[in-house]
Design a protein around this ligand. Structure first.
Ligand SMILES: C[S@@+](CC[C@H](N)C(=O)[O-])C[C@H]1O[C@@H](n2cnc3c(N)ncnc32)[C@H](O)[C@@H]1O
Length: 236
């Protein structure tokens, strides 16, 4: 199952699932680093998880963060007391930035190497809009998330959504003066530019996304807020 592993001095080892499939977009990752510090991101994720009720669960749950990037979501969960944490991402360079105790896997979230029905919660934040083929790639990720969840387990998703707020942000990204004086906006605009094909494809297919979500999970919570769709679904 594990093809290779690499020591990460500060944290757990990286386990490579799909040899040669790992990806990195150096420019996108540089903009991501500029957008928010890991501490800011952990604070944002902690607030978001509390809003979605994640913190009300028992701390011995098996939780997987898909598309976990540099692992700020995992750190937020760790600070809430969760200990059985795993993260999956295609980018070894982002995973190596993680400083925590979760197990990390370099792999493609369309094809998970976890046993079926072994996880209590699967989380995705900001990863699905990086998928290049809709609906097939989304179908693959949701089907895998459902497969690895125990019956009654939860799927938690937070992704960009074309709300009026997001339209305003897109407008601001087109104004050079704003970008010059607001580094965070400039970093966001750079990220969107690097991922524009998948990002705008994702935003243009809300019905496809929502129908797949409810095909795989019973909706427990759905809310849109500040350009995000937050969805909590249960595996029946
Ligand atoms: C916007 S980042 C989200 C990172 C993290 N969840 C967060 O919110 O900070 C998207 C991540 O998806 C990863 N990624 C893209 N396609 C992937 C795939 N098919 N399987 C696993 N990771 C993937 C990228 O490497 C990147 O780290």
């Amino acid at each position: 199952m594990t093809s290779a592993s690499e020591a990460n001095p500060q944290t757990s080892k990286l386990t490579f699932w799909h040899e040669g499939a790992e990806c990195c977009d150096v420019e996108w990752e540089a903009a991501y680093e500029r957008f928010e510090t890991p501490d800011e991101e952990v604070t944002k994720f902690s607030r978001r998880f509390r809003r979605l009720g994640v913190d009300r669960n028992a701390c011995d749950l098996d939780i997987v963060d898909l598309f976990c990037g540099r692992g700020s979501g995992l750190l937020a969960l760790e600070r809430m007391g969760f200990q059985r944490l795993e993260g999956v991402d295609l980018s070894p360079s982002l995973l190596k930035r993680y400083r925590g105790s979760a197990k990390l896997f370099v792999g493609d979230c369309r094809s998970l190497r976890f046993e079926s029905e072994t996880k209590d919660v699967v989380i995705v934040q900001g990863g699905l809009h990086h998928l290049s083929d809709l609906p097939d790639d989304l179908d693959a990720v949701l089907s895998e998330a459902r497969r690895v969840l125990k019956p009654g387990g939860y799927f938690v998703m937070v992704e960009p959504w074309l709300t009026p707020f997001l339209r305003i942000v897109h407008g601001a990204c087109r104004v050079g003066l704003f970008r010059r004086y607001w580094p965070k906006l400039d970093a966001l605009a750079c990220m969107i530019d690097r991922e524009k094909e998948t990002y705008f494809q994702w935003l243009s297919k809300p019905r496809v996304v929502e129908s797949l979500l409810i095909q795989y999970f019973e909706c427990e919570r759905r809310l849109t807020s500040f350009g995000k769709l937050m969805f909590v679904g249960r595996k029946a």
